[in-house]
Structure formats: C-alpha cells, structure tokens
Design a protein around this ligand. Structure first.
Ligand code: FES
Length: 106
C-alpha cells in the first residue's frame, strides 16, 4: 500500500492508503472525495476527474499523454500542474502523492 492525499477544494484532506496499480481517480471515487465526478469511468474522455498535482510531485507524476492533453482542453482553469486523475497510476515511486481538487469541474 502507498499513501495518497487528495485535498478537496474546501481544504479537507483525504489521507488514503491505496493499492499500487490503481488510479488516483479510482481512489477518489471509492472514498467519495467531492469534486471528482469521473463521468467516463476512467476512459480519458470527460475531464471531470481533473486535479492539480502538488508542486513537489509534478515531476514524479509525469507529463500528460497527447490524448490526456487534448482532453484537458475541456477542463476548467487548467494550470501547468493539471492532470486527469484517471491517468495517474499509483506506483511505489508515488508513495505520498498529494493532489488538489479544483473548485469546479466542467
Ligand atoms: S474519468 Fe473521465 S477523463 Fe478521467
């Protein structure tokens, strides 16, 4: 298990123990973190799982794929550290990852 913290827009921290191989989105939905709607179920086709990766984790989380980049165009208030949380797979290298949920999706 690795640690994942998802910070909701109101500042509430969701400190989770998660399985490597799962995605950030799956863990957000499983734990009812508000603001992650994930309408497409993780197919990189909706942008309602948009998150901001904490600055300290941007390099470790990696860059979005071209497909993810295209879908991020549909997200609101996109920033350099924006990612789609269904496209961030938990690995041991991401133990301790922190992401922030935007004010609103879509
Ligand atoms: S859940 Fe739809 S793009 Fe991530």
């Amino acid at each position: 298990m690795t640690k994942l913290t998802i910070v909701a827009f109101d500042g509430t921290r969701h400190d989770l123990e998660v399985e490597p191989g799962s995605t950030v989105m799956e863990n957000a939905v499983r734990n009812s973190v508000p603001g992650i709607e994930a309408e497409c179920g993780g197919a990189c086709a909706c942008a309602t799982c948009h998150v901001y990766v904490d600055d300290a984790w941007v390099a470790a989380a990696g860059q979005p794929s071209p497909m993810e980049e295209d879908m991020l165009d549909f997200a609101v208030d996109v920033r350099p550290n924006s990612r789609l949380s269904c496209q961030i797979k938990i690995t041991p290298a991401l133990d301790g990852l922190v992401v922030n949920v935007p004010e609103r999706q879509g």
